[in-house]
Design a protein around this ligand. Structure first.
Ligand SMILES: [Zn+2]
Length: 342
């Protein structure tokens, strides 16, 4: 069921549509705080802003390498893609694992649950980082590698379009549950903020590319957003040192043509609905600009999405660069046969 008009309008204040995919002011990058590795011992890393990362459980996976698709040219199959190897964003998750009451009487159980969880997510190569209830940060999958955290997922920024974010985005999981409403411990918030600062400093990650799993997850067979629902509401963006990214138009809607359902509205909330409404509005504007109705335009976007999925390298594979050394290559839609190598 399509539910584009079922959001109670009075419940959400939507500010005017922001400029499309704004770039950061030049001084923003320059003023990025410098954070450095102070000390590395077997099993831990200490950073200059106070963060410690426990590395005893770190595992490797396939090396990060992913295509970035160009915004333009897809109507006539002249779009381009280039291969990138650095992460461009962060996706925040909840582990949905068993939790014990957070008090001293449950200390033993809290520790045991955290340890079992850590062993499980390391085995699954499920995230890049795990933050337990005591705010301890564990490296799970090495930063140079992809982690199995995002599933079917999409996002877009001014550099291009990203499909399936296991490689392009770092996965940060909080030991927490969505129901009842996810609440982080103060130690988790503090650690989440420090970890976000470190990753943003290290890779130049833009604040608007720090998102929750519910914002990027899609169910392709049903053409809808929100296959995974973690942090569909109440992620503490401000406490983590980020703008309220729930207010960003959802790229899954206006860049990829996904829809949302009434059920999805029930499990998210007014903060999240802003992004849905803005996504709808941008989609309508873009459709009008090319003389199409929203439905027809959505179908075009979905066709484009399917072309992108078809062009994705398999995990661990890498698209071969053009022989002239150019970082970019033409992408010829369905006719394109990506040559691949390990
Ligand atoms: Zn998740």
């Amino acid at each position: 069921m399509v539910a584009g008009d079922t959001i109670p309008r009075g419940s959400v204040r939507v500010s005017p549509i922001p400029p499309r995919l704004p770039g950061p002011p030049p001084e923003a990058a320059a003023s990025r705080p410098e954070i450095w590795l102070v000390e590395e011992r077997s099993g831990s890393e200490a950073y200059s802003h106070g963060l410690r990362i426990d590395t005893r459980f770190a595992v490797s996976n396939w090396k990060r390498s992913y295509p970035v698709f160009s915004h333009d040219g897809w109507q006539d199959n002249t779009w381009r893609l280039h291969t990138a190897t650095e992460p461009v964003g962060i996706v925040y998750h909840t582990t949905e694992s068993h939790l014990a009451p957070f008090d001293r009487h449950h200390n033993g159980r809290l520790r045991r649950l955290g340890r079992w969880l850590l062993e499980y997510v390391a085995k699954q190569k499920a995230y890049h980082f795990l933050i337990d209830r005591f705010g301890r940060v564990y490296r799970v999958v090495e930063e140079t590698d992809a982690a199995n955290h995002a599933g079917h997922s999409v996002w877009a920024d001014q550099a291009g379009l990203y499909v399936n974010l296991n490689s392009s985005f770092l996965g940060v999981a909080f030991e927490a549950q969505s129901e009842p409403a996810a609440a982080l411990t103060p130690a988790q918030i503090s650690a989440g903020r420090q970890l976000t600062e470190l990753l943003r400093s290290k890779y130049g990650i833009r604040p608007e590319n720090c998102l929750t799993h519910a914002q990027v997850s899609v169910a392709p067979s049903m053409r809808r957003v929100g296959n995974h629902l973690d942090w569909g509401e109440s992620f503490p963006f401000e406490d983590i040192g980020l703008p309220d990214n729930y207010a960003q138009p959802l790229a899954a809607i206006h860049r990829f043509g996904f829809r949302y359902t009434a059920e999805f509205l029930e499990v998210t909330g007014p903060r999240f609905w802003k992004g849905l409404l803005l996504g709808d509005e941008l989609l309508r504007q873009d459709a009008a600009a090319v003389g199409l109705g929203p439905g027809e335009y959505r179908n075009q976007l979905q066709g484009k999405y399917r072309k992108m999925v078809a062009a994705l390298p398999k995990p661990g594979e890498r698209l071969v660069e053009e022989t002239d050394g150019s970082e970019e290559q033409d992408f010829q839609g369905n006719e394109h046969e990506a040559r691949r190598k390990q």
